[in-house]
Design a protein around this ligand. Structure first.
Ligand code: FAD
Length: 394
């Protein structure tokens, strides 16, 4: 097998690199750093998203008929590698692009595809993902939010939790119970819910990072047109599994974090002094960083399994759990190691005068969260055991 990129792909990389270098957003000004907030970063990322969209770089691998560029997944990967090289954000509406849009392409009616896909790419309409509930996280078959069909409308009642960007969202891909008598996997459906509908209440949850990026959502007699059913009635479990696979594939591809963190870790080791010498000279530090580099490389080559499947035109499968598990666990190990190098400085928030460059504390906390979001590491291990290694169910 030849792991090298073809001359055309290398030429494409140069094209991407030149565009990103010429168009990348300017660094935060001193004044912006002073008043940095989630709102400020959202507005910056929104402007960046618009620029990426106009440059034709959003939804690269989406089919042209839905506003994408019809690029191959290898080209998509090259683009993400180049974004990571410059440590640039991927824009906004990430969930819409990596999971809701692909789910609509896979399960939506032609009318739904025409109506929703283009605004997702442009980020004119922001999407969120309503799966988890207080009593249903890893076990999503336990979803209790109800939707009853009355004529041409579903009436939705219930609660979701941990819903990322719900406070900014225009639409939610919502998983609900539509048949209470059927076995629990067989009574679910997916709905497209307008978040501005009467009866929808969003309550932000503040995270340990200090940001409030995810939320609780309450649904009180919310009316959803029947035509907003996504996929078959009571066949929502298949839609849910497919959507999660898209998410895991997306997380492992876009949390390109590991390569970026590795590069920054090397820089950190060079600039940190231990016992009057650079940490980068310490054999134990060097060995640990080399070990991370080995794991990052193994992750990259293993990721080619997912890529091969996508290149064959297949939706992501259980192997996307490997990418999700390994990239998030590796990021977590690397940020923890950075904390050991930084010592007590690791605990300083970015606003603090003495905070080290690199926003390490926030990244450490996020690295923990990413091993939970999209299915915990334990759940990914179950998936790998059962669906890839064909081990008996635990
Ligand atoms: C940053 C972030 C963003 C998120 N965004 C969204 C979102 O946009 N939309 C959404 O719907 N949800 C979202 N979530 C929720 C996330 O999907 C759930 O937190 C996750 O699936 C775990 O569910 P839980 O929190 O209910 O934990 P639980 O399922 O209660 O798990 C508790 C513990 O038990 C373990 N466990 C559970 N079942 C098993 C098992 N069968 N085998 C072994 N161990 C098991 C878990 O690994 C975990 O350690 C987000 C979470 C985070 C952290």
């Amino acid at each position: 097998m030849d792991f090298n990129y073809s001359p055309e792909q290398e030429a494409y990389r140069q094209q991407v690199r030149a565009w990103l270098e010429a168009n990348q957003p300017p660094p935060l000004t001193a004044e912006e750093r002073e008043r940095i907030s989630e709102d400020l970063l959202w507005e910056r990322n929104k402007r960046w998203h618009r620029k990426l969209y106009e440059g034709g770089w959003v939804g690269l691998s989406w089919p042209k008929e839905y506003g994408g560029r019809g690029a191959t997944f290898v080209e998509q990967l090259i683009f993400q590698q180049e974004l990571a090289r410059l440590n640039l954000p991927i824009g906004i509406n990430v969930l819409g692009i990596i999971m809701n849009g692909p789910a609509i392409m896979q399960w939506g009616t032609e009318e739904q595809k025409q109506r929703y896909l283009q605004p997702i790419l442009r980020a004119d309409e922001i999407w969120c993902e309503g799966m988890s509930e207080p009593g249903a996280g890893s076990d999503l078959a336990a979803i209790q939010t109800r939707a009853e069909l009355h004529g041409d409308e579903f009436i939705v009642n219930g609660q979701k939790v941990w819903t990322t960007v719900a406070h900014r969202a225009d639409f939610c891909q919502l998983f609900v119970r539509t048949d209470t008598e059927a076995p629990k996997h067989k009574g679910l459906s997916a709905l497209i819910v307008d978040m501005h509908s009467p009866g929808v209440t969003v309550k932000p949850l503040r995270q340990i990072t200090g940001d409030a990026e995810f939320n609780e959502i309450y649904f009180d007699d919310v009316r959803v047109p029947k035509k907003n059913l996504l996929g078959p009635l009571n066949g929502g479990w298949q839609v849910l599994v497919a959507t999660l696979m898209h998410e895991r594939f997306g997380i492992s591809e876009t949390v390109a974090g590991s390569d970026v963190i590795l590069t920054q870790l090397v820089e950190l080791a060079k600039s940190t002094v231990i016992d009057h010498a650079s940490a980068a000279q310490d054999p134990a530090v060097r060995q640990q960083i080399a070990q991370f580099a080995i794991e990052a490389t193994a992750k990259k080559y293993n990721g080619l399994r997912s890529l091969t499947r996508r290149l064959k035109g297949l939706p992501p499968g259980a192997e996307s759990s490997i990418g999700k598990l390994v990239s998030t666990e590796l990021s977590q190990k690397m940020t923890r190691f950075a904390a050991r190098l930084l010592g007590p400085f690791a605990t300083l928030e970015r606003h603090s005068h003495f905070a080290p460059e690199g926003d390490w504390m926030r990244r450490m906390l996020w690295a923990e969260a990413l091993t939970i979001a999209g299915g915990t590491s334990a759940v990914q291990k179950n998936m790998i055991g059962e669906r890839i290694l064909q081990l008996p169910k635990g």
